[in-house]
Design a protein around this ligand. Structure first.
Ligand code: ADQ
Length: 739
């Protein structure tokens, strides 16, 4: 690994506080900080993140304090902490990822803008330090928009994204109002990593279902740009835990803990005080067990170590109150005036103390309702150097996919949970050894350094992007465009001027778009052409009243002026489509959500609304049928965004371009397009043209903008730079669109 790595996470590995003794630096807690420390400590890296709220300290002083830690601070205001961190991150994305829908706060209007703004601030900071050759590695749900934002700012950068929390099932993810923005943000990366193959699959499925991206093996195609989606299960530094467990300091503490337990079995859990970690169900399981076997109350000593977390988030306060009440109930029912059965220790502990607890615990309960991975389970295993002890593990922790020898439970099934705890307490030593030795082998075989290396290797091996330009370069080109005496705009429609809709018929232009195009076409010295895959009828119906050149079916048909006759660029062979039509119709009939669009020179199989796996099967079938068609030489098969089109050979957007160029000699050409069909146009451009790709896909265009909203904003700037024309409606894009 030669490249410098720019690590980006919400929190820095150290947190600053401004107390009486001045600026203090403390290590940050939590799984992510622990995991990335090994990458940061080992190599040439810079770490970008929030240093915590340090009000009253000049930013330069904060930056100076972080220099020895190779950390770059990104400041977040108290209002943003509320809306971005407590609000969108921990009030929306966190509970949604963990399937706790009743805890999601959907309607707080400030949360999303703050989330977007903080992601932008991270993007600016990272881009200002990025040098060609650096790898950028973005972490977690706080920064889902960052990969795409960086793709516009850092041309050719290799960008990785890793999600530490679960990616929920697609039907749960679909609930998120900003789902498409979040997915588009993440697919700006070259490699998107998850803890389990299940999460990776859910993400790929959501991208197919909601963005119409195709998946082949473990690679999604973002308009031709490969995005690798894979699982990289995180490990721990198992050797360090094993070594620490055997030190005299830890052994002394273990003896003290055992003396404290007075021969009773120690049941331990260690988690952040978070409602996903399952404290409530765990305590209910203890209660169920003690009701079944009351005599156990004298044989057990239960410690739940909880580290304070997200104390400002409302749902956490309620949760803490609920847990405290339950603890009181259990101790009231099963403890005695001289002995507390269940201890809830509310604090972070030092490594030696944590290790001592792991070594002393006869049974470890790691029973989250959902968890991306869960490092505590692995830390316990690594600390059991004598091959004894029992791990009770929730099947909903990512770790369950690796730790097969644990006693796995469903925390929602209280009876089975209670029986599993009893079984753990009474497990004979030989079975403990059998299980624990297997677990230890697993945990030692995949250390955290290897996790980081395999992710960064995958990132380094990802193909470099060739044609991306930073927004700075687009700004320079825009200056030329806005001052050009003659302008020729050549615009794609779907995905460029309007967002995709489930059916092509419903992607109608809104008022703002019509007004934008009207003003563009009225701008002095400006000609506007729309070149689309759509049929003549559809373009006439949507845009026919405007002074635009219209080119239907990828340029097979043209109408250079309003109300002019449509002209075909080439004769159509009679009834050539008939046999293909019946094969395609048969497939459509058996495919829920699919539809067949018929044009004069093409047939399009649209499957945007089809369940992705079904769509994949039907596509395979269709490709085979078309390849075997006796007329296959007459047509070509082109696959776009959730559409397979059978089209006359040799018809493409590049072929119509010379005629459009001839209609505006000497003009500066500005084409905008988002998908593979537009690449034929970009490939045929004359020198000096300002080709703009819309989205994060692969493109030969020299410039890019993020989406439909940004494409419209660019056109609006062109309108505003020309002689003014009266406006009837606002030109703002509808609220559902873009950034
Ligand atoms: P977390 O939700 O923070 O991590 P986890 O993986 O268990 O969960 O990591 C917690 C870390 O904090 C462990 O290293 C543990 O030792 C430490 N810790 C917990 N309680 C402590 C205490 N009282 N005192 C000191 N240290 C304590 C997120 C995801 C997880 C994922 C990780 C890493 O939610 O699913 O495993 O990131 O990707």
């Amino acid at each position: 690994m030669q490249s410098r790595v720019l690590l980006v996470s919400n929190r820095l590995p150290v947190t600053l506080t401004n107390g009486e003794g001045g600026l203090q630096v403390h290590p940050s807690s939590g799984g992510l900080a622990t995991a990335l420390a090994s990458v940061h400590d080992a190599g040439d890296s810079l770490w970008f993140g929030w240093p915590g709220l340090v009000e009253g300290v000049p930013e330069a002083e904060v930056a100076r304090a972080l220099v020895p830690h190779r950390a770059v601070p990104i400041h977040i205001t108290p209002a943003e902490v509320k809306a971005y961190y407590d609000g969108y991150c921990n009030g929306v994305l966190w509970p949604l990822s963990h399937y706790l829908l009743e805890k999601v706060r959907f309607d707080d209007v400030d949360d999303w803008p703050a989330y977007h703004a903080v992601n932008e601030r991270f993007a600016d900071a990272v881009a200002s330090h990025w040098r060609p050759g650096d790898l950028i590695w973005v972490h977690d749900y706080h920064l889902t928009l960052l990969p795409s934002m960086l793709r516009y700012r850092c041309p050719g950068a290799r960008i990785g994204f890793f999600l530490h929390v679960p990616f929920p099932g697609p039907e749960v993810f679909r609930i998120l109002p900003r789902r498409n923005e979040v997915l588009r943000g993440m697919i700006g990366a070259d490699v998107v990593g998850f803890h389990t193959a299940g999460f990776a699959y859910s993400f790929a499925y959501a991208c197919s279902q909601l963005l119409g991206l195709e998946l082949s093996g473990d690679v999604l195609s973002d308009s031709g740009r490969p995005v690798r989606v894979a699982s990289f299960p995180i490990g721990i530094d198992a050797d360090a835990f094993a070594t620490r467990a055997a030190t005299p300091e830890v052994r002394t503490r273990v003896e003290a803990l055992r003396a404290d337990s007075q021969g009773r079995k120690l049941l331990l859990s260690v988690d952040r005080f978070d409602y996903t970690k399952g404290h409530v169900r765990r305590i209910l399981a203890f209660e169920r067990m003690l009701k079944l076997r009351p005599e156990l109350k004298d044989q057990l000593h239960i410690i739940q170590l909880v580290v304070p977390t997200r104390e400002q988030v409302g749902a956490y306060a309620d949760y803490r109150a609920e847990v405290n009440e339950l603890v009181g109930r259990i101790n009231g029912a099963f403890g005695s005036p001289t002995r507390t059965l269940l201890h809830l220790l509310h604090r972070a502990v030092e490594p030696d103390e944590l290790s001592a607890l792991y070594v002393a615990a006869d049974v470890m309960l790691v029973t989250p309702l959902r968890d991306g991975m869960n490092l505590v389970a692995k830390e316990y295993v690594a600390s059991r150097v004598d091959d004894d002890g029992v791990l009770v593990l929730s099947e909903f922790a990512g770790a369950a996919t690796e730790l097969h020898e644990a006693l796995q439970i469903n925390p929602y099934d209280l009876d089975a949970f209670a029986w599993a705890i009893m079984r753990a307490i009474e497990m004979p030593p030989y079975e403990q050894r059998l299980r624990m030795s297997g677990l230890r082998k697993t945990v030692h075989s995949a250390p955290v350094a290897q996790w980081a290396k395999s992710f960064l290797d995958a990132l380094e091996q990802s193909p470099t992007e060739t044609a991306t330009s930073p927004s700075v370069a687009l700004e320079q080109a825009m200056a030329i465009v806005m001052n050009a005496p003659r302008l020729l705009l050549v615009l794609d429609y779907d995905g460029t001027l309007v967002d995709f809709a489930p059916s092509p018929r419903t992607a109608t232009p809104d008022k703002a778009l019509l007004e934008l195009l009207r003003r563009l076409s009225a701008r002095a010295g400006t000609s506007v052409h729309v070149v689309s895959g759509r049929s003549r009828d559809s373009l006439e119906a949507f845009l026919g009243e405007l002074d635009l050149g219209l080119h239907a079916e990828h340029g097979l048909w043209s109408r250079f002026e309003r109300r002019a006759e449509w002209r075909s660029r080439r004769p159509l062979p009679p009834s050539w489509l008939d046999p293909v039509r019946s094969s395609m119709a048969r497939v459509v009939q058996r495919t829920d959500g699919a539809l067949l669009e018929e044009k004069s020179g093409a047939l399009a199989f649209h499957y945007r609304a089809t369940e992705p796996q079904l769509a994949r099967r039907r596509l395979e079938e269709l490709r085979a049928v078309l390849a075997a068609d006796p007329q296959a030489g007459e047509f070509e098969v082109l696959e776009g965004s959730r559409v397979l089109e059978v089209r006359l050979r040799g018809v493409n957007k590049g072929a119509v371009l010379p005629e459009i160029l001839a209609s505006a000699p000497g003009a500066t050409v500005v084409p905008l397009g988002d998908d593979r069909a537009d690449e034929a146009l970009f490939a045929a451009l004359p020198p000096g043209a300002v080709g703009v790709h819309v989205g994060t896909g692969q493109s030969a265009a020299r410039y890019r903008v993020s989406g439909v909203g940004a494409a419209r904003a660019l056109l609006k700037r062109i309108v505003d730079s020309g002689p003014s024309t009266p406006s009837m409606t606002s030109l703002a894009a509808p609220p559902t669109i873009g950034r």
